[in-house]
Design a protein around this ligand. Structure first.
Ligand code: SF4
Length: 243
């Protein structure tokens, strides 16, 4: 029979294994520990604070972004609540000069509860870096806070149900510039049916900010030739932020 392990050796071995696991998490980004700090804080805050939010409260009642994000976490205003893994309210600086709006969470965002973390999100991070912005400096969200099944396009009724959350996010963050990515975000913000090709690269006053429509990073991944126009749009955003 093998001799019993010395308790001190066992404790050292467990501590070493835990240290190695944490280092691997940080290096490779594999599980929930990899959520951005802000998102983990939001998740625990929301759990603790939800009982304090009156059932009849509306998005307009939210006095700050954490309260609004907690409201989103419990939202069942549309049928996407049935199929989501979790809500994806938003992420980033609550007083950002730039607010980025996409369409809806994808599979990876639905799994992690953070917007723009899949391949399109990685491209967005690079696009922001190209105009000297770190992700943590901007606020990033989507028109819809829950994933449509199979990544289908958002339905008009879903957008109508979710829009009060986006409007309140814009009010609370109060950005100088809104970067609208893709047709659904642009059409929602500008209340138009015009196509993104016609609207991109122009400046529209919206919600007290200047809105610049551009291509969604997912589209750029499929159509790399459009990156030239997207780069011009980003340079416009940079100029507006610098004014
Ligand atoms: S998509 Fe928006 S309105 Fe629909 S359940 Fe999710 S948070 Fe609520």
């Amino acid at each position: 029979m093998a001799a019993a392990e010395d308790p001190a050796d066992l404790a050292r071995r467990i501590a070493g294994a835990l240290r190695a696991a944490v280092e691997a998490e940080e290096a490779f980004g594999t599980v929930d520990l990899l959520l951005p700090e802000r998102s983990r804080a939001r998740a625990s805050w929301a759990t603790a604070a939800e009982p304090d939010i009156p059932a009849e409260a509306t998005p307009e009642d939210a006095r700050d972004i954490p309260t609004l994000e907690a409201m989103v976490s419990g939202c069942r205003r549309c049928h996407l609540a049935e199929s989501r893994t979790q809500t994806v309210p938003g992420d980033g600086a609550h007083d950002a000069d730039l607010l980025v709006v996409g369409e809806a969470p994808g599979a990876e965002e639905d799994r992690r509860g953070v917007p723009f973390v899949g391949r399109a999100g990685q491209l967005l991070t690079k696009m922001l870096a190209a105009i000297e912005l770190d992700r943590s400096e901007v606020y990033i969200c989507n028109v819809l806070k829950c994933r449509p099944p199979g990544n289908r396009n958002p339905e008009a009724s879903e957008i109508a149900s979710c829009l009060p959350f986006l409007k309140r996010q814009i009010d609370l963050v109060n950005p100088k510039v809104i970067l609208a990515l893709g047709a659904p975000a642009t059409r929602t913000l500008l209340e138009t049916r015009d196509g993104i090709t016609k609207l991109r690269g122009r400046i529209f006053p919206r919600h007290g900010a200047r809105c610049v429509p551009s291509f969604h990073p997912a589209y750029l991944l499929r159509n790399p030739a459009a990156k030239r126009e997207a780069w011009a749009d980003l340079q416009l955003v940079r100029r507006l932020l610098d004014e």
